[in-house]
Design a protein around this ligand. Sequence first.
Ligand code: ADP
Length: 163
Amino acid sequence: MKIAIYPGTFDPITNGHLDILERALRLFDKVIITIARNPSKNPLFTEVERLAMIREALQTYKGVEVDAFDGLLVEYARKKGATAVVRGLRAISDFEYELQMALMNRRLNDDLVTVFLMPNEKYTYLNSSIVREIARHHGDVRDFVPPSVLERLHEKIRHASPT
Ligand code: ADP
């Protein structure tokens, strides 16, 4: 059984993330989409909310596990019996950071392979922070996130600015 880890912040999960996940599911028997707990980030959504949105968005998907982890990715992968890490590559701007992470993870565990997948072109300019920003200014993000995220985004923004 080929298992891959798809780690990220998913604040919130977008259609770009789903695109990558679907491509990964064509390559692996199981993909574990997992929230990397990162104390240096200050996410808009709590971990519980992010997990709930991921689960709601993935209701019809097969072969996916949803999780969260602390610490080193290589250790987590070992624990989960995963042999690959999936990351999305949108543009050259992603490349430098991703290359560094991939090479460092390989240095830490040469058995763990990082696989980069390119999304559909329409998602190449999409990321979670731009979605949060548009929503904060009451713009339309319907084309960029699954319906479960849309509702929670609106709710979050309403609470943040009660006017
Ligand atoms: P991180 O904080 O680890 O970058 P993200 O949730 O922003 O977490 O992203 C997780 C992974 O998904 C990363 O590999 C990122 O490049 C990829 N990703 C995010 N948005 C998109 C998108 N629109 N198209 C393709 N890959 C994406």
